[in-house]
Structures are given as C-alpha cells and as structure tokens.
Design a protein around this ligand. Structure first.
Ligand code: TXA
Ligand code: MG
Length: 329
C-alpha cells in the first residue's frame, strides 16, 4: 500500500497520475470525496470491482455507487436520462447526491449487485475530480471501510479499517460534508430518497416540482436492496445509545457506575465536560461534518458505550438522524 499526501484543493498531478494508472489496470485506490473517503475501482472491470467486495467484506447483494467526472459522463453508464435526473443533476452536481437510474448493459452486475439500476454520482472534491479525469473511466466506490463499520472522513480512518487492502491511498485531509451522499431513485416517474443525506426533501421538491418521498419507490422492485437498509450500519465499535437531552447526564452516570467506559456526544444537554464528552454545534451541516470523526475518536479512546443526544426531527437533520438511528440498532 502506498500513501500519497495531496493538497485537497490543488492535488499534485503526478500523484493523481499514479493513482489513475492503478485504477486503469484494475487496482484499488482510496480517495477523498466531499462526503467520505471512497474505495475506488474501474467500474467497467468486473474483476477490479470484485476486489472491492473482498477488501470490505461487503455482502454481494449491496450495490456500489459509480462516480463519474460530469453529468455528460453519467449518461455513459445509464440507459435513460430523464427530466428529474436533469433537474437534480443541474442543481446538485458536482456534489453529495447519487441518482439511481436504469443501467447500461456495459455496467457489470458486480457493481449493481445484479440490479437493473445503477447509482451514479459526480463528486465535488477536487481530488476525486482530478482522479476521475485522469483515469478517464467511471470509478465504482463504496465508502472505504470494512462493511458495517463507520465511514472514514480521514485517511487515517481508512488505514485503520482496511489496512493495506488498497493499493494506493490518496490522503487529502478531512472531508467536509461528513456523511454519505443523498441517494435518490428517479426511475418510474417519481422521486424517492433511498438514503437521506445533507440535501433536504424540501430542496429536492423545490428543484423537481414533485413531492419527494422517503424509502423505496412504490413502483420499484420490492426486493430491491435500499441503501444502508442493512440492519446495523454506519456504526462505531462502541455501542451507541440515543437519548433525549435531559437524560444524557443520568444515562452516562448509570453506565459508568456499571463499569463501562462511557462517552457522550451532545448538542444542548448539560453535562460536565471531560475527556470522553464531545459537544457538537446545533447546526446540522457542521454536526454532520464532525459526527464520524467524533465517533472514531471515542472508539479510539476505548469507549464501550457512547450516549448520544437525540437530534431534532427537522428537515436538515434527516441525514444525521438516519445515521444515528442505524448506528444505535
Ligand atoms: O457519499 C457517498 O455516497 C460515498 C462516497 C464514497 O461517494 N459512497 C458510499 O457508498 O456511501 P456505499 O457503498 O457505502 O453506499 C452506497 C449505497 C449502498 O447502501 C447501496 O445500497 C446504494 O448506495 N446503492 C447503490 N446503487 C444502488 C442502486 N442501483 N439501487 C439502490 N441503491 C443503490
Ligand atoms: Mg458504506
């Protein structure tokens, strides 16, 4: 494994060319996107994609997002582009949004887990964009962590989770969106959010003029696996317990009295500060950007349990709420 440090806003073309060559010849490259780090492989090379599943221990029924350099290139992997796709791509690409559309036959089943659809995304991170342009092929990339674990928002998280499974890791520093992309199914004439992220239902509705729903599309195949629908997901090693603000202090004390090393992640809850107590801002975008790094740090500190203050049930908190609920299962 080769670790290449790059300037996140202006990556060294030599490092990018090295990584692009690895992608083109069927290797694995971990790279930063604005959401989380991805573990990338040549999306049209089934054997390269197989290596992603092996490295992550990922179940073969969980499809992988294909990253492309532009909306133009997205059309190379999807069968039919439609009005909703056009509107959403125009509004949110490059950025933290994945569109699910009917796939072209040249996209291997290994990428889509045999589904007739493919998830496609144009990332905004300059390192991801430079890599996609240099490789000049679509790059399949799930989050660069072992299956079920917390997604990485720093290169050190990738190393800790995957060891030397990647041939190259491009270290572009911390990512800034911090939770995974909003996945939107735009097949079947409707707009269904399969995985909430930082783009709100209201924003999606404004752009498309159609009400966005949550969950698998009504017209979709009932058997279709939806993103992150596996029971426990996005989870640290420590057990996550979600409680109301007023109960954080008492729960932390209770677990500590039981002998568990207990951390806390709070927004407004009153609790004495300490080494395992992390206070995050009452702002969903900033909270999202710091959530995973905070949970990684509490894991590294050796916490058995992390008590997390429940976040609001308001629009912009949807993605964070979803991740916390999955982590707490
Ligand atoms: O922000 C992100 O989306 C990050 C960065 C690296 O781009 N990627 C990411 O990938 O989170 P992953 O594999 O950890 O999650 C992708 C999710 C999966 O849960 C999968 O079920 C869903 O997207 N997905 C991919 N293709 C799909 C499809 N054709 N239909 C339905 N869901 C799909
Ligand atoms: Mg993942």
């Amino acid at each position: 494994m080769e670790l290449l440090r790059v300037d996140p806003s202006d990556p060294d073309p030599n490092a990018i060319a090295r990584a692009a060559a690895v992608i083109r010849r069927g290797g694995l490259v971990a790279f930063p996107t604005e959401t989380v780090y991805g573990l990338g492989a040549h999306a049209l090379d089934p054997r390269a994609v197989e290596r992603i599943y092996e490295a992550k221990g990922r179940p073969s029924y969980n499809p992988i997002i294909v990253h492309v350099a532009s909306a133009e290139r997205a059309r190379d992997v999807v069968q039919e582009w439609n009005e909703f796709a056009e509107q959403l791509a125009h509004a949110f690409w490059p950025g933290p949004m994945t569109l699910v559309l009917a796939k072209r036959p040249e996209v291997p089943d290994a990428v889509t887990a045999g589904l007739p659809t493919v998830g496609v995304r144009v990332p905004a991170h300059p390192v991801a964009r430079a890599l996609l342009e240099a490789a000049d092929v679509p790059i399949a990339a799930p989050s660069a962590n072992r299956s079920m674990q917390l997604s990485p928002t720093m290169a050190s998280h990738v190393v800790a989770s995957l060891g030397d499974a990647a041939d190259v890791i491009l270290d572009g520093g911390p990512t800034w969106v911090g939770i995974e992309s909003t996945v939107i199914d735009v097949t079947g004439g409707q707009v269904a959010v399969l995985r909430p992220g930082t783009i709100t239902l209201e924003q999606i509705g404004m752009v498309t003029g159609a009400p966005a729903t949550i969950g698998p599309s009504a017209t979709g195949d009932a058997a279709r696996p939806s993103p992150g629908m596996l029971d426990r997901h996005y989870a640290p090693r420590a057990r996550v317990v979600l409680v109301e603000a007023s109960d954080v202090g008492i729960r932390v004390e209770l677990e500590r009295a039981r002998g568990y090393r207990t951390g806390a992640v709070v927004i407004t809850a009153s609790i004495e500060s300490g080494p395992d107590v992390e206070r995050l801002p009452n702002d969903p975008a900033v909270y999202a950007s710091r959530l995973y790094a905070t949970l990684h740090a509490l894991d590294d500190a050796g916490c058995d349990i992390v008590v997390v203050e429940r976040v609001p049930d308001a629009g912009a908190w949807l993605g964070v709420r979803d991740r916390l609920e999955r982590a707490a299962r």
